[in-house]
Write a protein that binds this ligand. Structure first.
Ligand code: ZN
Length: 352
C-alpha cells in the first residue's frame, strides 16, 4: 500500500510539472531571470529555504525563510488540497494552528481542524488565489468540522467546504451553524499572538448577536468578502523578527457597530462604477522579485532541506518516538566501531 506521504508527494509532482511548464525555467534551482514574475519563482519552490525562521516583508508583499510544514495529519487536524503544497508557515503559526486544533477538540466540541492554505514553501506571491499568505503568518481553516476518519488524498482534493450562509443571503443558516463554530472562532481570536481573523460579515453578525462569553477579542474578528466556507487566521510578526512589517491593529471595540451594519447595505456589494473616461484600466503588473524586500532574493537562492520530513511539524509524536526507538535498537544490535582510543576530538570552529 502506498503511504499517504508518498501519495501526496505524487499528487504534488503532477502539480509541479504544470507549474514548471508554465514558467520559463525550473524556478528556484536556476538563477532568477529578469522579467520572471515573483509568483512564478516562488510558485515553483518545492521545499523551504534552510535559513533561520523569518517572516520577511508584509502579509501581501514578502516571503518566508525557514518555513515549516504542518504535517498532513495530526491527532486533531487534517490538511486539505495537498497538491497545492501550501502547508508551509512560520513555525510560530504552525504551532498556533496545532494548539487551536488541540484546544478546540478538548474544550469546544470541535472534533478537529481541516487546514486549508497556509503559504508556499518559501512564501511569496502565488500563481493562483490569495493576495496575502506571503510571509507564513496567514492560515485558512475550514468551517467544516474534521470528519472522524482519515480522508483520502483524492477526497482532500475534491471535497467542498460548507458555506455557513443561507443561499443567496448575507445571513448565517441556523441549520448549519452550531455553538461549536462560535466557540472555535472566539477561541482563535482570543490568542494574544493572533492579529486578526477574517470572516464573512454574516458570521460576524451571528457572533455579535449571540456570543455570551468574554467579548474582549470580538474586535479581532474582521468582516470581509468571502470567508463563509473558511476563516483566515493572521498572526502578528513574531517577536524579534527583523524586517517583518506589522499591520495597523484593528480599531478598538467589538466591531459590532456601524462598521458591521455597513456590510448589510448595498454599497460594499455594488458593481464598481465605470470610470468617466472610457480608457481601459491599465493591466496590473505582476509583482517582480525586485519589488519584494531584498532578503527575499536570498530566500530564493538558499538551499533546501534534504527531505520534507525534517522540516515538518506535528506528525504524531508517539509514532515518531517509536520509529526513533526502533532505529536506535537496530543500530545497537549491529557490531559497532571499536571504541575510540586517544583520537583527538574535533574542535569546533570559532564562530565569526
Ligand atoms: Zn486566507
Amino acid at each position: 500500500m502506498l503511504s499517504l506521504s508518498r501519495l501526496y508527494a505524487r499528487a504534488r509532482q503532477v502539480a509541479m510539472v504544470a507549474v514548471i511548464a508554465a514558467s520559463t525555467h525550473a524556478g528556484v534551482s536556476g538563477p532568477a531571470s529578469a522579467g520572471e514574475s515573483a509568483k512564478q519563482i516562488f510558485g515553483a519552490a518545492e521545499l523551504p529555504a534552510v535559513l533561520p525562521a523569518r517572516a520577511i516583508g508584509f502579509y501581501s508583499k514578502g516571503c518566508l525563510a525557514g518555513g515549516m510544514a504542518i504535517a498532513a495529519d495530526g491527532p486533531t487536524w487534517q490538511a486539505m488540497r495537498l497538491s497545492r503544497n501550501r502547508r508551509w508557515g512560520h513555525p510560530d503559526l504552525v504551532a498556533l494552528v496545532q494548539k487551536l486544533s488541540r484546544e478546540a477538540a478538548a474544550q469546544d466540541g470541535w472534533p478537529g481542524l481541516l487546514v486549508g492554505d497556509i503559504s508556499q514553501p518559501r512564501g511569496g506571491p502565488m500563481l493562483s488565489g490569495h493576495a496575502s499568505h506571503q510571509v507564513g503568518l496567514d492560515a485558512d481553516v475550514w468551517l467544516t468540522p474534521m470528519p472522524g476518519r482519515t480522508l483520502s488524498v483524492a477526497e482532500r482534493e475534491t471535497l467542498s467546504a460548507t458555506s455557513m450562509l443561507r443561499k443567496d443571503t448575507l445571513f448565517v443558516d441556523d441549520s448549519i451553524w452550531t455553538p461549536a463554530h462560535a466557540r472555535l472562532l472566539m477561541r482563535a481570536a482570543s490568542y494574544p499572538e493572533v492579529e486578526r481573523i477574517f470572516i464573512h460579515p454574516g458570521i460576524k453578525k451571528k457572533l455579535c448577536d449571540t456570543w455570551k462569553g468574554d467579548r474582549s477579542a470580538m474586535g479581532k474578528l474582521r468582516p470581509y468578502y468571502g470567508h463563509h466556507y473558511h476563516f483566515h487566521i493572521r498572526i502578528k510578526c513574531p517577536p524579534g523578527v527583523s524586517g517583518c512589517k506589522d499591520q495597523t491593529p484593528p480599531p478598538s471595540g467589538s466591531g459590532c457597530d456601524g462598521s458591521l451594519a455597513w456590510w448589510f447595505t448595498d454599497e460594499p456589494w455594488a458593481p464598481a462604477k465605470p470610470k468617466k473616461d472610457d480608457k481601459p484600466a491599465p493591466k496590473k503588473r505582476d509583482i517582480q522579485l525586485s519589488d519584494l524586500p531584498s532578503a527575499c532574493t536570498a530566500v530564493v537562492r538558499a538551499p533546501g532541506p534534504a527531505s520534507e520530513a525534517e522540516v515538518t511539524l506535528g506528525a504524531d509524536p508517539i509514532a515518531r518516538i517509536a520509529r526513533a526507538n526502533a532505529k536506535a535498537a537496530s543500530a545497537a544490535a549491529l557490531p559497532g566501531p571499536p571504541p575510540p582510543g586517544n583520537i583527538p576530538l574535533p574542535v569546533p570552529r570559532p564562530a565569526n
